[in-house]
Design a protein around this ligand. Sequence first.
Ligand code: ZN
Length: 162
Amino acid sequence: MIYGIENVRIDYWPLPYKVKALYMCDDGDCSVAVQRRLPNEPKLFALIHELKHHYRDREALGSGVIHWGDYDANELIEKGAEVFAAEFIYPEVEFCNDIQQAETQTWNAENVVHFKRGCKAKVSYKFICKRLEWLGLIGAGHFDGVQFQKLEYGIFGAPFRR
Ligand SMILES: [Zn+2]
């Protein structure tokens, strides 16, 4: 995808457990490292997040490294990248439309599972919950501790392993 056009390399090095991905640029040699074991949705999010650093933060960065989650050092840059990735993957306007057209407006855990299953964007449960919070449809931390993936398997069955 865009990574090829921009000549940004994707590496799968072993990263510290807490770092999902990081962006590096040294003398025009740009690369992103991402945790191989991430599920597809957070991996996509991480790659778009790092792409924002490539477009917008490369100069400010010089030849440094930006760590995902290094909020103290780069709070604004990091927040900007989070917002960029969220908008890129699932624009808020579309999300609102989809929410309005959902079968129910009662946002309990089961209905969140149904919404995600019918959702055209590749996003995680965390993503959906954050947006619901942002829109004021649920309180902050409303679904903390809910194991959505488990719940989904409970409702729809676990996928077959091939
Ligand atoms: Zn970042």
